[in-house]
Design a binder for this molecule. Structure first.
Ligand SMILES: [Zn+2]
Length: 324
């Protein structure tokens, strides 16, 4: 009897002590305003990003691989850069399986050097994210990564692939870009990276895929005055175009390699010319009849619904290439 009573008393004291410690623990460790927490989730409020005060535009172009941003927006990037605007070309994967003979860090290093050389030619900055080629997934971690890249650049304009595209890495860049739109402005999301106070304009780069919906050319930019630089930048990415990238074939001789360079250059000129011809009507609208008819080379973009949607005047401020 006596033993049972002490046993019971011990239980009561134990419960009271545990309760008191629990209250003390809660009072010390948690902010009641922070709401429910999960492991790894921050409850700190971020601070707004300070925008550089030089009055210039800030643009991020995402491509899945080191060459995609250059192919799809290299000309427009060069036009912005020539006016002193700040353009960052980002490859979301490191391109480490994009060759028929080499792979891994050796190839990733080579492609990084090619992207940096292309950026120098175009007048832009270049960044390669350390994600394996062919393995990009639309994860929360990658959503955070793209959000941080956009915030760190204080982007006004963000460009990326559409989420319907033949390559899974391209598709998921599109999804991740959509997922980052708006979230770049949310102070409690990635609070360690200052958030943007305005949602940038998000754009899809051009492609020819039709399903579930074809590309819509909201903006078509004449790139005639920078076509030579765009082509030079792309021909310089030899691992991809002169050597055939993931599927080859590699040139067998130096003579064959030398022959391929002008073929690659002509291929890119034709591609930009077909964009101009396909979207001629939009060029006439944006540049006027006379100039619109003369444009030979173009790049096209579609406005994503999830970002800022500028009016006509604001659009001309973002793309200061169209005549008034
Ligand atoms: Zn690609």
């Amino acid at each position: 009897m006596r033993i049972e009573r002490w046993y019971l008393l011990g239980w009561v004291w134990g419960i009271l002590l545990a309760g008191a410690l629990g209250v003390a623990g809660r009072a010390e460790g948690a902010d009641p305003a922070a709401g429910p927490t999960k492991p790894g989730r921050s409850t700190k409020l971020g601070v707004p990003a300070k925008r550089p005060a030089d009055g210039k535009l800030r643009i991020v172009v995402f491509g899945a691989h080191p060459d995609d941003a250059e192919i799809r927006a290299g000309g427009t990037a060069a036009l912005w850069a020539a006016q002193g605007h700040h353009v960052l070309l980002v490859s979301v994967t490191n391109g480490d399986i994009g060759h028929s003979q080499v792979f891994g860090p050796v190839l990733a290093d080579r492609r990084k050097a090619e992207a940096e050389a292309a950026a120098k030619t175009l007048g832009t900055a270049s960044r390669i994210l350390d994600i394996h080629d062919g393995e990009l997934e639309p994860t929360l971690a990658n959503r955070r990564t793209l959000t941080r890249v956009i915030r760190e650049w204080s982007a006004d304009i963000v460009i990326g692939h559409r989420p319907n595209d033949y390559h899974p890495d391209h598709r998921y860049v599109g999804v991740l870009m959509q997922d980052s739109a708006y979230m770049v402005t949310v102070p409690f999301f990635c609070p360690e990276t200052p958030y943007l106070t305005g949602n940038p304009m998000f754009l899809y780069s051009h492609d020819g895929f039709e399903r579930p919906n074809p590309f819509r050319p909201d903006i078509v930019v004449a790139i005639d005055e920078v076509i030579d630089r765009k082509v030079e930048a792309l021909v310089g990415m030899e691992s991809q175009f002169v050597e055939g990238g993931a599927n080859g074939p590699m040139p067998k001789t130096d003579a064959e390699r030398a022959e391929r360079r002008p073929q690659v250059a002509q291929g890119f000129r034709s591609r930009c010319a077909s964009v101009a011809n396909r979207y001629r009507q939009k060029l006439l609208e944006l540049y006027g009849e006379d100039r619109g008819k003369q444009v030979r080379y173009a790049e096209a973009f579609e406005i994503c619904e999830y970002g800022w949607r500028p009016n006509r005047d604001e659009l001309r401020r973002m793309f200061p290439f169209f005549p008034k």
